[in-house]
Every structure is written in structure tokens, then in C-alpha cells.
Design a binder for this molecule. Structure first.
Ligand code: AQP
Length: 338
């Protein structure tokens, strides 16, 4: 067994990967792979919590796997959640260690239930959507992860995960679960370019996110029309959300020289937002063009990668099976032999 600390994180197969997902989580996933024992999931059970199409879900799951590999995630670190059904079993057990009242406080449920209503024809909000943070706790704890690299929007869910782990440990009288720590990147919250008051996200609509594979012309249009401000704050110590977001993006792209120049110009009052946005476009374009190139290579090896993922999911499943065995023993349940 490796003595490296374990990192676990996951992403839903709900469509494209945007720069919020990338700078908030996936960029860190890639960087952590040398130093930690990393397990990264494509969580298809989670993607069922909102109105969805079964055919599209399977397509999205494989699509996301290939996209993650193009961004630098190693296939041996990746698994598909429904190939490890123990997550769902632990979810049930954890339901009995989490209060209804606590789930009612989850802000993502409040936001997403409204979206679910709008997306369905009959105002349908699934119980799965309400229970989703408990499944997320199972995703993390089943691997006894030490660290969880996620964006800021997941803080409340991580808190709930620790609470469930604690309650379980107390009830069974053993410190069985490690209490996982959140690991934020330097850009844990990327904002929408069109409306910097909200986070970059797909569900808000096409103009509210930038895909990591965004085609050049569309990328330019989205960045050059990013909302900034009237310029009143230039030369002061303050900054609007829109301007701050562009600075965060330039820095996260690794364009430190451009970042320093723009920051100096902002401070001395000489910045021009047109040039600033061009710097942000160039920073993002340096990444999208690299990712698009990688993607072409990945697509050429699609079949092999899919086989690797089935294999890695089977390996990762062994860890989950062991946890479930221990948990059932501790919780007073019966174990089947495997
Ligand atoms: N705007 C963001 N800034 C920083 N991190 C973000 N993450 C998501 N948005 C931002 C992080 O990305 C990881 C995967 O999140 P997810 O599985 O919720 O992905 P998603 O459903 O594709 O994200 P969207 O587009 O934001 O979906 P909606 O609009 O449905 O909520 C997580 O680590 C998350 O923190």
C-alpha cells in the first residue's frame, strides 16, 4: 500500500468542462497526481438528480472521461461512479447518519431545485437532488480521502461530509473515517464573464461559461464582451467583481507577466479595459489551443482509454468494497462474501 496521502474529487457528466471547473478543481487534480494517491470520479449517479436523458448521460460520461484525459488527468486515476455501486450502498447507510433538517440547509439544493422545476414539464424535484450531498459524502469517505480539491461552492458539502463521518465514528465507537480536508486552488471561485455576480456555470446558460475547448472566435467574443465596470475604481485599492475575475483568470493561466503589467496599470490608473481583456483572451487561448490539440490525440486512442477506465474502475472498486465490508460490520449489518 502506498504511504502517500489520498486525494479524492469528482465531477458530474453534465456536459462540457468550463474554466470554473478547471481552475477551481481539475487544474489542481492534474498537479496533485505526482505527490498524492489520487482518485478522480466521473459521478454519473449525481447527474441523474436533475431532469436528464439516459442516452445522453452515457455519452456525456464517456465524453467527460476523454476530456479529463485531454486536460492531463491520468486514466489510471479515473473511475466511473456507476462502475463502483458501493457508493450507492454507503449513501443509504449515511442517510441514517444525516438529519433531514441539516439537508434542508444546503444552498445548492435551494438553487438547483428551482432549476429542476424549470427544466421538467411537471415541476419535478427528485428526492435524489435533496439527498445528493449524502451521496457526495459517500463518494469521499468510501476512499478515506485526506484531501478533497474542489471549488468554493462545495465548502458546505465538505462540512456535511465531516459531520456524517463524525456521527458515524461516534455511533460505532471507533475513529473509522478520516475527516477529510478541503483543498482549494488559488482560484476557487471563477465568476461568469457575462454576470460576475454569479459563478461560472453551465446551468445559467451558454453565455455564463467558457468551455476549456472553446473555439477561438467564440472565446474572443465571450472575453471581449466580459462585464467589467465604468472605470471609477481604477487607480484605487478596490476592484469590481468582473475586473477581479479577469485578473484571477490571467493569473490562473500562468500568464504572470501579463498579470503584473495589467495590475501595475490598474494601480497607476493607466489601464485600458480593451487591452486588459485582450490579455485575458490571450491567456485563455494559450490553454484552449493546447487542450484542443491534446483532445485530438486522445480521440485517436479513444478505445484504449475506455478499456483503461474499465480496468481502473475495477481496481478502485476494491477499495470501496473493503470500506463497505468494514462499515457493515461496524454498523451491525450482514456482509455477503466477495
Ligand atoms: N465557477 C466555479 N469556480 C470554481 N470552481 C467551480 N466548480 C464548478 N464551478 C466552479 C468546481 O468544479 C468541480 C466540478 O463541479 P460539478 O460536478 O458541480 O460540475 P458541473 O455540474 O459541471 O458544474 P456547473 O457547470 O457549475 O454546474 P451547475 O451549473 O449545474 O452547478 C467542483 O469541484 C466544483 O467546486
Amino acid at each position: 500500500m502506498s504511504d502517500k496521502k489520498r486525494v479524492l474529487s469528482a465531477i458530474q457528466p453534465t456536459g462540457e468542462i468550463h474554466f470554473g471547473n478547471y481552475f477551481g478543481a481539475v487544474q489542481n487534480w492534474v498537479r496533485l497526481q505526482e505527490e498524492y494517491d489520487c482518485i478522480y470520479g466521473v459521478v454519473d449517479y449525481h447527474a441523474m438528480t436533475m431532469p436528464y436523458s439516459p442516452k445522453k448521460l452515457r455519452e456525456n460520461t464517456w465524453g467527460l472521461i476523454l476530456n479529463l484525459v485531454a486536460l492531463g488527468v491520468k486514466p489510471e486515476n479515473l473511475f466511473i461512479q456507476s462502475l463502483v455501486p458501493q457508493h450507492a450502498e454507503l449513501n443509504w447507510i449515511f442517510n441514517c447518519f444525516c438529519s433531514y433538517g441539516r439537508l434542508q440547509l444546503m444552498t445548492q439544493f435551494k438553487d438547483k431545485s428551482q432549476q429542476a422545476k424549470e427544466k421538467s414539464e411537471d415541476n419535478f424535484i427528485s428526492a435524489g437532488l435533496f439527498d445528493y450531498p449524502v451521496l457526495q459524502a459517500a463518494d469521499i469517505l468510501i476512499y478515506k480521502a485526506d484531501f478533497v480539491p474542489v471549488g468554493k461552492d462545495q465548502d458546505q458539502h465538505l462540512e456535511l461530509t465531516r459531520m456524517i463521518a463524525n456521527r458515524f465514528n461516534n455511533q460505532v465507537g471507533k475513529e473509522y473515517f478520516v475527516l477529510p480536508e478541503t483543498m482549494h486552488s488559488e482560484a476557487p471561485k471563477i465568476r461568469s464573464l457575462a454576470d460576475p455576480m454569479r459563478k461560472m456555470s453551465k446551468s445559467a446558460g451558454e453565455k455564463h461559461y467558457v468551455s476549456v475547448f472553446e473555439e477561438e472566435k467564440r472565446l474572443r467574443k465571450k472575453v471581449m464582451s466580459a462585464v467589467t465596470d465604468s472605470g471609477d475604481l481604477i487607480g484605487t485599492d478596490e476592484m469590481s467583481e468582473g475586473v477581479d475575475n479577469l485578473f484571477t483568470i490571467i493569473k490562473a493561466c500562468g500568464h504572470t507577466e501579463a498579470y503584473d503589467q495589467c495590475m501595475a496599470a490598474y494601480k497607476d490608473g493607466s489601464i485600458r479595459y480593451g487591452d486588459f481583456k485582450t490579455a485575458a483572451f490571450e491567456a485563455l487561448h494559450s490553454l484552449t489551443s493546447k487542450f484542443i490539440e491534446n483532445k485530438a490525440e486522445v480521440m485517436a486512442n479513444k478505445k484504449e482509454i475506455k478499456n483503461q477506465i474499465k480496468q481502473s474502475s475495477a481496481e478502485i472498486r476494491k477499495i470501496a468494497q473493503q470500506t463497505i465490508k468494514d462499515v457493515k460490520e461496524l454498523a451491525g449489518l450482514m456482509n455477503v462474501r466477495f
